[in-house]
Design a protein around this ligand. Structure first.
Ligand code: M6R
Length: 612
């Protein structure tokens, strides 16, 4: 939510800032702004409402703003409507302090009242303007020392922030601070970069520093100096980013989402290979020992959105294979429920970004309660990856489209590998069955590819659904978990109302919404539940529904019931989610394209939800 890019060095800043912001637009896109300064000159600020394109046009792609030091921002509105006035950067009354911010300042009203009493005036409705003016207030109070000004403000601010600040008295310098909002710093050939996420600066550097919670940094003359909250200097070592820059480009695809859908065979393969050694699953890189796997008596899975849907699928798989009690919770609920937690429990937090505010808070709560924690995370060095006791990195590479596809698929793989290994070490499956399950996992990339090779049928069908008003996804057991993700993919990018229902639950209320022509998609990958779900589909058909079936090759009698059917290859039934989700991702994508919508940047959404 909100993207920050900053640069100070030898090149012109504005084009670099715009380029970086274009890679972060998925974090927010209701307005954007730049502040650039040229040596001793006063800082120039340009802002525009709407997509980044408007800012690029206003600044002649950055060429109209001369200067080698600058900060940029793309906004996802929290306090104050999307407008040019509320867009960042924000500035103090005399232009002495200029800043951009990602996060939420919870006590902004209290701080604003204090500043109003001190004579400050406010032009915007944002909490960021309050933060900038608070820093200005302390800057004047503490002898114009940026680090002291910022740390005094940090002590007063409650909430989350990643801040990048320029001070008029310090040309060529940028100061940053963070608490619970992501921020990385890159250094290359005497140039310094700041970004909310790696893709923004990947083109320029792979050497990044992770700035910790409640830490600050000063970027000047090609070096970075880190400070703790007391203003004391601290040492940090850079990390090498392994993602390649091309991975964050569209590579000829019309949308990032389509590219990422097609990257799934490789992403799944890479993630699998990261824990497969000599035909067995080796969790040593994750740091979980066999003794630990044997010792857990309960698993809690906590996540948001699609990552939560992965959790729901993995619950079925873990329970089925490892006979382990599993409880799945939405992170935003988990963190506010005072439920007794099993001290021998393992808390698994699933997150692509590793920065989702509710998931991070749930992780911290679990740690505070003394439970062992494991993050399944895609972004290396993100907050959840750093704070969890153990990390299973998914190797999806940068995911840019707001609607997740390849990260979801790799999270499933991580969940399966854990389940299979749990099952073996806890004596729930034989060595033979273990080998068989691993062989089935190894077939998944090729099977996914096969589904992608046959995507035209889904494209044709999806194009006909562009005018649908409601879509229902129904299934039982794992097929319900698949339905949850299919439904989210549909609604988040096509804006068509859709719901996922456990097929058996439909007749307890929701079936009253079925009308003539309502599209109902039945998911049927679980043989034991196949006939039961067919019956539920027939119940919908009797009330006028138009049926689509999604099942495995061989179940051809579904054509007696459904008007349109998509088949996926057969796999071990507990891994069926990995295959059945692919046509549903394509459905969501092609419906959105048919409606002419902005697939990669759906309205009101942001990729990384760093506010609760
Ligand atoms: O970064 P995370 O995996 O923690 O994000 C969680 C959700 O916000 C995310 O899965 C969201 O639901 C997807 N963008 C939906 O496609």
């Amino acid at each position: 939510m909100c993207g920050i890019v900053s640069y100070t060095g030898h090149s012109q800043a504005a084009p670099i800032l715009l380029d970086g912001l274009s890679k972060l637009e998925y974090r927010g896109y209701d307005s954007a702004g730049l502040a650039v300064r040229n040596g001793e000159n006063k800082t120039r600020i340009v802002k525009a409402k709407g997509r980044l394109k408007a800012l690029a046009e206003k600044t002649d792609n950055g060429h109209a703003l001369a200067g080698t030091c600058g900060i940029g921002h793309t906004r996802w509105a929290t306090h104050g409507e999307p407008s040019e006035t509320n867009a960042h950067p924000h500035t103090s009354d005399n232009g002495n302090v200029v800043g951009v911010h990602n996060g939420i300042i919870e006590n902004y009203q209290e701080l604003k009242n204090k500043l109003l009493r001190k004579g400050y005036e406010f032009y915007s409705s944002t909490d960021t303007e309050v933060a900038v003016k608070l820093i200005d207030y302390y800057y004047k109070k503490y002898e114009h020392t940026p680090v002291d000004a910022i740390n005094h403000a940090m002590v007063r601010i409650r909430g989350s922030y990643a801040l990048a600040i320029m001070f008029q008295d310090y040309p060529g310098e940028i100061y940053v601070a963070r608490k619970d909002s992501p921020m990385i710093i890159g250094v290359e050939n005497g140039d310094c970069y700041v970004a909310s996420d790696v893709p923004a600066i990947l083109k320029y550097t792979r050497n990044v520093y992770y700035i910790g919670n409640l830490e600050m940094a000063r970027l000047a003359n090609g070096t970075v100096t880190f400070y703790n909250l007391d203003g004391d200097e601290i040492e940090k070592k850079p990390t090498q980013i392994k993602w390649d820059a091309e991975a964050a480009e569209k590579a000829g695809y019309e949308h990032f989402m389509l590219k990422e859908i097609h990257e799934q065979p490789k992403a799944v393969q890479d993630t699998l290979n990261s824990v497969l050694k000599d035909g067995a699953i080796d969790l040593s890189s994750v740091g979980l020992t066999e003794e630990e796997l044997q010792s857990f008596s309960q698993v809690y899975i906590v996540a948001c959105g699609s990552a939560y849907h992965v959790g729901v699928a993995c619950q079925y798989v873990l329970e089925d294979l490892a006979q382990l009690p599993v409880r799945v919770d939405l992170a935003s609920e988990f963190r506010y429920r005072s439920m007794p937690l099993d001290p021998n429990g393992l808390v698994i937090v699933i997150s692509q970004s590793g920065e989702t505010a509710d998931s991070l808070a749930a992780l911290r709560l679990a740690k505070k309660k003394g439970l062992k924690t494991l993050g399944i995370v895609n972004v290396v060095g993100s907050s959840i990856a750093r704070e969890a006791d153990n990390v299973f990195y998914t190797l999806a590479g940068p995911e840019i489209a707001v609607a997740t596809t390849k990260a979801y698929s790799t999270q499933l793989i991580a969940g399966y590998c854990l389940a299979v290994q749990f099952a073996l070490v806890r004596g729930c499956i034989s060595k033979g069955r273990y080998q068989d399950l691993i062989s089935q996992l190894q077939c998944l990339p090729e099977q996914i590819q096969k589904i992608l090779d046959d995507k035209e049928r889904i494209q044709w069908f999806a194009a006909k659904q562009a005018n649908a008003r409601d879509v229902f996804f129904i299934g039982r057991g794992l097929d319900y978990a698949i339905s949850l993700e299919g439904s989210l993919k549909m609604k988040e990018i096509s804006y068509i109302h859709s719901e996922a229902y456990a097929a058996g639950e439909l007749k307890h209320g929701t079936i009253s919404l079925i009308e003539d022509g309502t599209l109902v998609i039945g998911v049927l990958t679980q043989s034991e539940l196949y006939e039961k779900t067919i019956s539920n589909m027939v119940e919908c058909k009797s009330r006028g529904a138009y049926l689509m079936g999604l099942t495995t090759y061989g179940n051809y009698n579904i054509e007696d019931t459904a008007s349109f059917t998509v088949y996926v290859p057969k796999t071990e039934e507990c891994f069926a989610t990995s295959l059945a989700v692919i046509p549903l991702q394509l459905m969501g994508y092609y419906v959105s394209v048919a409606k002419g919508l902005d697939v990669d940047k759906p309205r009101n959404l942001a990729k990384s939800v760093t506010v609760e």
